[in-house]
Design a protein around this ligand. Structure first.
Ligand code: NAD
Length: 280
């Protein structure tokens, strides 16, 4: 029976370190958060960011912008925050209304204020293994793996999901540790080959957003399973992996909720403190 790889205790330990670092900075870091329009899932993330920020002594500035804002007006707003020296980090909440192109907009945040680590300059540094500001969810996954003192060198790692915010940057972080990385996605499934790749995984990381896309009986004996997926099933939140069956085979498995999620917001705060250091 797998042991639970829980994010909360690791997040608490890192937050304790961050609290001390913030005290040493002698200024209160300011995180500006932009929300365009209204969205119930964004409200959940905002609440959690706000709560974590306040517990660490970070000032969380929430900017609610109109649903119909144009790209030009949003860029102008970002530029104002870029040139405001009292703001150290900027995050734009997803999803966006249709008139806004995230890939375009994210390039306007100053790289040293890009606490989501998604500016092309920061992604470029990640490619070379030199990024100071890492994408939050991938670095949360790396913290989970670190916490069980896992040497990734030469390990068979399968990442399911190739999004810009999770799968792609995560595969770079894993490659930088010399893991053997296989990235699967929708076309792998459509080609009928997802099962065979998953069955090979010593470490399986899933970020798809479809409950039960990974069958429990595909899990390799003693594998480490990190489930990034968040799916609402009635009044329950579940991941992408069939948990009960997977738990019988794996050595470690993350619960959903309580695995990757609590660490992601902590990684955001860690980036903010790094951003402060880069700016002062
Ligand atoms: P996305 O929609 O951008 O990407 C989904 C990926 O899954 C794509 O690569 C797609 O090709 C792949 N995919 C879709 N159907 C598939 C199938 N049948 N078989 C194999 N691959 C398939 O999603 P995202 O933004 O990367 O998020 C993925 C999940 O992770 C979501 O549930 C999201 O809520 C969750 N998430 C959690 C956190 C956290 O902090 N815990 C952070 C970010 C995202």
């Amino acid at each position: 029976m797998a042991r639970l790889l829980e994010g909360r205790p690791i997040a608490e330990r890192i937050k304790e370190e961050l609290r001390k670092e913030i005290q040493n900075l002698k200024i209160r870091p300011v995180l500006a958060s932009i929300l365009v329009g209204e969205n119930s899932s964004s409200e959940v993330y905002i609440k959690s960011q706000q709560k974590t920020a306040e517990s660490l002594g970070v000032i969380y500035q929430l900017h609610r912008l109109n649903q119909n804002i144009t790209e030009e007006a949003l860029i102008e707003f970002i530029n104002k925050l870029n040139s405001d020296n009292s703001v150290h980090g900027i995050i734009i909440q997803m999803p966006f209304p249709n008139q806004i192109d995230y890939k375009k907009i994210s390039q306007y945040i100053l790289p040293e204020k890009d606490v989501e680590g998604m500016h092309p300059k920061n992604i470029g540094k990640l490619l070379f293994g030199k990024a100071e500001l890492l994408p939050c969810t991938p670095s949360a996954v790396m913290e989970l793996l670190n916490s069980i003192k896992l040497d990734l060198y030469g390990k068979e790692v399968v990442v399911v999901g190739h999004s810009e915010i999770v799968g792609k940057p995560l595969s770079l972080l894993l490659l930088n540790k010399f893991a053997t990385v296989t990235v699967c996605h929708i076309a792998t499934s459509q080609a009928g080959r997802l099962e065979e790749h998953v069955k090979d995984a010593e470490i399986l990381i899933v970020a798809v957003g479809k409950a039960g896309v990974i069958k429990g009986n595909w899990i390799r004996q003693d594998a480490i399973v990190i489930d990034v997926g968040i799916n609402r099933l009635g009044d329950k939140i579940v991941g992408d992996v069939e948990f009960e069956e997977a738990q019988k085979r794996a050595a470690w498995i993350t619960p959903v909720p309580g695995g990757v999620g609590p660490l992601t917001v902590t990684m955001l705060m860690r980036n903010l403190i790094e951003a402060v250091r880069m700016q002062i």
